[in-house]
Design a protein around this ligand. Structure first.
Ligand SMILES: C[S@@+](CC[C@H](N)C(=O)[O-])C[C@H]1O[C@@H](n2cnc3c(N)ncnc32)[C@H](O)[C@@H]1O
Length: 434
């Protein structure tokens, strides 16, 4: 972050912080990493970090509209990237007439203050002022013109909108809309530590209204920072989407089974498997930097697994003993979890689904060899694209003559009173007994 003397509790400070993060996303950095990089360089208090994060996430959810508007308001792309980021963040806060979270004139004033305070873009403070004030003056006409472009209406790249429309001719609009909503905070109760009823009581005692939305799943009415979740540090609960909580029950686990969690980091489903039964679990991931996350999660939950770094598509790490159950939560485009990661849509490319499908076919074929006859393999993606999910599952079943058992298939993202979960895909296979 460049040097400036803004007060950490000012909107200008948060705007410039978010602008740095958005500028990094523009160069291909994922938003969580961009924010971590920025937070590491500032001693801003937690509330300011929260505000920076909020603005950056809002900007990602409105980037299609903001970029279209900037194209109408400026002759050429604003440079340097920080200036572009600042204008994007400011516009994102005022571009939706239905959202009054930020007072428009305050945003303009603070964006100009932020520009003036940063030596890299101070020369452009007049331009920031002119662009944002023109937007306010001509807002209706500019929005009308911008909304002729699907990217500005839906806030996704054009290819993504086309892909959703072609895969889901009836549901594509609802799917895109859900992807722009703020996700709920869903917890998974660790049944080894506390019952769901007792944990609900704990939440009620802390005046945190919540609803049970699955066997172990509780949704808080108001998301709170991790540090405020009762019993989190003691392992009473974990943060996990309700759809992701379907994996462990589908595996049909029994005490004493040998289980492989093949693409395990950061260990969300690993923890649930171990909470469900006394199994001998191997948690594998090919990214050594992500393995400590599994370790931390299991330590917090006071559970144990054998952790391995290795490629699930090869067998260098394997001791040759067959598994009774295998979870293959394969790498994918993550198109089903964009409400939690609104930057993903801007970072992915059209060809990614095909490349990832090739990788996960290799992983599935390899894991199948490691499964006991009669054993079950659960294939999971957090993708909406059939190429990575149902088409992959159907082709695999034919290729390996796998028995297909009942499973939810494609779950579309949902955010209504009864259901609130991400878009995941589940297919369950059984190896014929010999
Ligand atoms: C969807 S995430 C898994 C999420 C995890 N199961 C959970 O519930 O927290 C996919 C994981 O697969 C890992 N991965 C990617 N390619 C892999 C490979 N060839 N072998 C093993 N793991 C791989 C990634 O590092 C990533 O951690």
């Amino acid at each position: 972050m460049s040097k400036h003397l803004l007060k950490t509790d000012s909107l200008a400070f948060s705007l410039i912080g978010a602008a740095h993060a958005v500028a990094l996303v523009r160069t291909g950095t994922a938003l969580p990493q961009a924010l971590a990089h920025i937070f590491a360089k500032t001693n801003a208090p937690a509330a300011t970090r929260g505000a920076i994060q909020d603005i950056a996430y809002r900007t990602m959810r409105r980037w299609g509209r903001v970029e279209t508007l900037l194209g109408l308001l400026a002759d050429k792309a604003p440079a340097p990237a920080l200036l572009h980021g600042l204008l994007s963040c400011a516009l994102a806060l005022i571009a939706d007439p239905d959202d009054a979270s930020y007072e428009t004139f305050t945003v303009v004033d603070q964006a100009v203050t932020a520009a003036a305070a940063d030596s890299d873009i101070a020369h452009a403070k007049g331009m920031v002022n002119a662009v944002l004030r023109r937007f306010l003056r001509e807002r209706d006409a500019l929005l009308r013109q911008a909304l002729e472009k699907p990217e500005a209406v839906w806030n996704y790249p054009a290819w993504w909108i086309d892909a959703a429309r072609s895969a889901y001719p009836h549901d594509w609009q609802a799917i895109l809309r859900e992807g722009n909503s703020a996700p709920p905070l869903t917890l998974r109760v660790n049944r080894r530590a506390i019952s769901v009823a007792d944990y609900l009581q704990t939440l009620s005692d802390n005046t945190m209204p919540a609803t049970r939305i699955g066997p172990d799943a509780i949704r808080l009415e108001q998301p709170v920072p991790m540090g405020r979740i009762p019993g989190f540090d003691q392992g009473l609960v974990s943060v996990q989407d309700a759809a992701a909580q379907l994996a462990a029950p589908l595996l049909d686990l029994h005490d004493g089974m040998r289980v492989l969690d093949a693409c395990a980091a950061p260990g969300g489903k690993t923890g649930h498997i171990l909470e469900s039964a006394n199994v001998d679990l191997t948690a594998l991931d090919n990214d050594p930097k992500r393995l400590p996350r599994i370790e931390q999660n299991l330590q917090r939950l006071q559970l144990n697994a054998t952790l391995e770094v290795g490629d699930a598509g090869a067998d260098g790490w394997w001791n040759g003993k067959l598994f009774d159950r295998i979870l293959a939560d394969v790498p994918c485009t993550a198109s089903g979890i964009v409400r939690r990661h609104p930057d993903i849509r801007w970072l992915r490319r059209k060809g990614d689904a095909a490349q990832l499908a090739t990788l996960s076919a290799r992983i599935l074929d390899n894991l199948w060899r490691m499964l006991q006859p009669g054993g079950k393999l659960l294939f999971v993606t957090c993708s909406l694209w059939p190429q990575e999910s149902e088409a992959q599952a159907a082709a695999f079943a034919v290729r390996r003559q796998a028995i297909r058992l009942p499973a939810p298939g494609q779950l579309l993202p949902a955010a209504n009173a009864e259901k609130n979960h991400d878009g995941l895909f589940y297919a369950l296979f059984q190896k014929p007994a010999v």
